[in-house]
Design a protein around this ligand. Structure first.
Ligand code: MN
Length: 290
């Protein structure tokens, strides 16, 4: 098996706010080397690096807005997120949990800090990824998967190196509980100091690594906290070594290789479909949510 090498390492962009509750660094697609095409099927990645939110009586967040044509995947590392959508889906995810929302033909939703977390305040840290849907599934009915701590698949690593949590896809002989519409591997490696883990995905799968906590080395490149490594499509396997206790998010997906037409919260295949999405939204076709 050939080793996959590091193409480039990116420091986090200056943060901006999504609503008043998400202070995020955008990596995909605003870093020019991390375009929707280059990272296909990952079309957006916002990262709220660890940030202290003081107590607030009114939960901070982002109000009702639409999505069509893709899935939103929210991974909570610190703090709690509440979510409600117009298909009746919703819930609360806490530390170590994931909400995987398939917007598909369209939902309205809102995303907030969970009420009790809001009242006490605290460190907040999360990732939101948008995973594109294949053209033939863009108009499927919406659905919602919650991956709780209990349903998160875990694989222990040898030599007390730590463990891997599988959100989706495969690691060794285990498969994550999230169902996906195309091959998507989304996994958190929790590594002890000097702990090593080797991942292997087909060479054509677009692959990146975000350091949530700690400091790691990937094939001899140093990757500090909150930095993102883009890996080349020149091999399958790569080894991550922790220089201290660390958490890294690994994403790898098979490119859909279909046309992308994107405008705000709508990601379709043609401009005509974007205009249809805007028309449907303006005509109440995404349901209701107050
Ligand atoms: Mn949203």
């Amino acid at each position: 098996m050939k080793t996959r090498t590091v193409e480039q390492i990116f420091a986090p962009n200056p943060p901006h706010y999504v609503g008043d509750g998400f202070r995020v660094h955008n990596f995909i697609p605003s870093v020019p080397q991390l375009s929707m095409r280059r990272m296909d099927p990952f079309i957006m990645m916002d990262y709220n690096s660890k940030f202290y939110f003081p107590p607030s009586e009114t939960p901070r967040g982002v109000g009702v807005h639409p999505h069509r044509g893709f899935e939103t995947v929210t991974i909570a590392y610190n703090g709690k997120v509440a979510h409600h959508d117009s298909s009746g889906g919703g819930g609360i995810i806490g530390q170590g949990e994931v909400q995987w929302m398939t917007a598909a033909r369209g939902v309205l939703h809102k995303e907030y800090h969970e009420e009790s977390f809001s009242k006490t305040g605290g460190d907040f840290q999360m990732v939101q990824l948008w995973v594109n849907l294949p053209a033939k599934h863009k108009m499927d009915p919406p659905k919602y998967q919650a991956i709780t701590r209990e349903s998160m698949k875990k694989v222990s690593l040898p030599n007390n190196a730590g463990h891997v949590e599988i959100i989706s896809g495969k690691f060794e002989n285990e498969t994550g509980s999230a169902s996906t519409f195309s091959p998507v591997h989304l996994q958190n490696a929790h590594l002890n100091p000097e702990g090593e883990v080797t991942f292997s995905f087909p060479a054509n799968f677009n692959t990146g690594i975000l350091v949530i906590d700690g400091n790691v080395e990937i094939e001899n490149s140093k990757l500090p906290t909150n930095h993102f490594a883009l890996l080349r499509n020149d091999g399958e396997s790569f080894t991550i070594r922790a220089l201290e206790k660390s958490i890294v998010l690994v994403l790898s997906g098979e490119p859909l290789d279909e046309p992308i037409a994107a405008q705000g919260p709508f990601v379709m295949n043609t401009q005509q479909e974007i205009l249809q999405a805007i028309w449907d939204y303006n005509n109440g076709k995404f349901g209701e949510l107050s």
